[in-house]
Design a protein around this ligand. Structure first.
Ligand code: GDP
Ligand code: MG
Length: 388
C-alpha cells in the first residue's frame, strides 16, 4: 500500500465556496463562489421572476434572482459577478438558509473554505492576511486604525528594513529597529485582547463602587457589609479608544468562610494575571500594617486612596491618587492614571506594531539571535514572516 496521499486535484481546489459575512445570524449573508463551475451553477440554480433560467454575465451590474437551492421555495438573492470565475450571492442571513445554500454549492462541486482559509489564499502577504483577520476582532476604531496600518504594510516594511540591515552587516541599525518593534509588543498584543485591569484591596474600600463609577452603570453589587463580591465581576470598557477589561474582586485578606476564601484566591490569581493592578484603600480608615503589607506585596500597583469626600483617617500613607467613587469628576483622573500606565507612549499613525503572539515571538527571537552574534539567523527568522 502506498502511504502517500494522492496529489490534490487542482481543478477541484479551485472551485470554492466561502461565507464572507460574520459567523452567526445576520440580516444579510454573502457567499462567494470561485472557479470554473460557476457557469454550471448559475445555469442550474438561477431563475428569473417567471421561473425561467436567468443569465448572469460578468460585469458590475448586480441582479435580483431566485436561487433554486433544492428547498421548497427558491431563495431571493442578489447576484454579483465581478469576474468570470467569481460570483457573490447576497441573500437573507438566516443560519439555515446560508447553510443550505452552501450545501447546494458543495453538491455542485465547490469545496467549502472558512473565511480565514479564503483570506490566506487571497492575500499573498501573510502579515496582511493576519491583519485582515485581526481586524474582524478589533473592538474600537482606534485599534482598527492601527491594524489597518499593519494591513497596509507598516509592519512588513519595518521587518524588511531590519532584515536588510542585518544582511548588510549593519547590526547597530538592525538592533535599533528591532528594539523599536519590541517596545510596541505590549501594545500590539492588546489591539484585540483588552488590557486586564484588576481592582483589589481590602474589603469595603470601595472597589465595586469604583468599578461602577468607571463603567458608568451598576455592574457590581455594592454593599456596606464587607465581603459582598465573592466572585469576579468584569466589564469591558473603552478609554480613549483603548479596550480595557475592568475586573472587580472580593478583596485580598485572610478569609474564614470557604466561599470567601475562594473569592480571595480568585482575587490573588487575577492580581497576578493583571496588566495593571489597582489597589484601593479606604482613606477614612486608619492606615495600618495590613494595608502596608499589601502595598509591599504588590509594589507595581496603582494606589487609590478612596472616600476622600470623608475626613482622612490617621497614619502616614504611601503616595497615591486621592479620589472618591462618589464623585463623577474623579473618573477622568483615574482613567488618565490608568492610561499613563497602560499606554505611556501612544503610537503615531503608520507606526509598525507586532500585533500577534507569533509576530512578537519572531521579533524577540531575532533580537536574541542578534545578541548571540547570529545576524544571518536573525535575518532568516524575520524573512520567514514575509513569505507566503
Ligand atoms: N463616602 C464614600 N463612601 C464610599 C465611597 N466608595 C464606596 N463607598 C461606600 O463604601 C461601602 C463599600 O463599598 P464597596 O464598593 O462595596 O466596597 P468593596 O468591598 O471594596 O467592593 C459602600 O457603602 C459604598 O457606598 C466613597 O468614595 N465615598
Ligand atoms: Mg465589592
Amino acid at each position: 500500500m502506498n502511504p502517500e496521499l494522492p496529489p490534490a486535484d487542482p481543478a477541484a481546489q479551485e472551485n470554492t465556496v466561502t461565507v464572507l459575512t460574520a459567523e452567526g445570524a445576520g440580516a444579510i449573508a454573502v457567499l462567494r463562489l470561485e472557479g470554473a463551475l460557476i457557469e454550471t451553477a448559475i445555469r442550474r440554480r438561477a431563475r428569473g421572476r417567471s421561473g425561467k433560467p436567468a443569465e448572469i454575465p460578468p460585469g458590475p451590474r448586480p441582479r435580483l434572482v431566485r436561487w433554486d437551492f433544492g428547498g421548497p421555495e427558491p431563495e431571493e438573492a442578489v447576484l454579483y459577478r465581478p469576474r468570470e470565475n467569481v460570483l457573490e450571492i447576497h441573500c437573507h442571513g438566516g443560519l439555515r438558509v446560508v447553510e443550505r445554500l452552501v450545501q447546494a454549492a458543495v453538491a455542485d462541486g465547490f469545496t467549502r473554505l472558512t473565511w480565514r482559509q479564503w483570506l490566506r489564499r487571497e492575500e499573498r502577504d501573510p502579515i496582511a492576511a493576519t491583519a485582515r483577520a485581526a481586524l474582524a476582532h478589533a473592538r474600537t476604531a482606534r485599534t482598527a486604525d492601527i491594524l489597518l496600518d499593519q494591513y497596509h504594510g507598516a509592519l512588513r516594511a519595518a521587518i524588511e528594513d531590519a532584515a536588510t540591515a542585518l544582511q548588510r552587516g549593519n547590526a547597530a541599525e538592525a538592533a535599533a529597529r528591532l528594539r523599536r518593534l519590541a517596545a510596541r509588543i505590549p501594545l500590539g498584543l492588546h489591539l484585540i485582547q483588552p488590557w486586564r485591569v484588576v481592582l483589589a484591596g481590602p474589603p469595603n474600600a470601595g472597589k465595586s463602587s469604583l468599578l461602577n463609577a468607571l463603567t458608568g452603570y451598576g455592574r457590581a453589587i455594592v454593599h456596606p457589609a464587607p465581603g459582598t463580591t465573592r466572585d469576579l465581576v468584569s466589564a469591558v470598557i473603552v478609554a480613549d479608544g483603548w479596550p480595557i477589561e475592568l475586573i472587580d474582586t472580593a478583596g485580598i485578606r485572610p478569609a474564614d468562610h470557604p466561599v470567601e476564601r475562594l473569592g480571595v484566591q480568585l482575587a490573588e490569581t487575577a492580581a497576578h494575571q493583571a496588566d495593571l493592578l489597582i489597589m484601593v484603600f479606604d482613606r477614612s480608615q486608619p492606615w495600618d500594617l495590613k494595608q502596608e503589607a499589601l502595598t509591599n506585596r504588590y509594589p507595581q500597583a496603582l494606589l487609590l486612596h478612596n472616600k476622600c469626600d470623608l475626613a482622612v483617617g490617621p497614619g502616614p500613607r504611601p503616595p497615591g491618587l486621592e479620589v472618591s467613587a462618589h464623585r463623577a469628576e474623579d473618573v477622568p483622573t483615574i482613567f488618565d492614571a490608568v492610561l499613563r500606565r497602560l499606554v505611556p507612549d501612544p503610537p503615531s499613525p503608520g507606526e509598525a506594531i507586532p500585533f500577534t503572539p507569533d509576530l512578537a515571538a519572531a521579533v524577540s527571537d531575532a533580537m536574541d539571535l542578534l545578541d548571540r552574534q547570529s545576524p544571518q539567523a536573525a535575518a532568516d527568522r524575520l524573512r520567514k514572516l514575509l513569505r507566503p
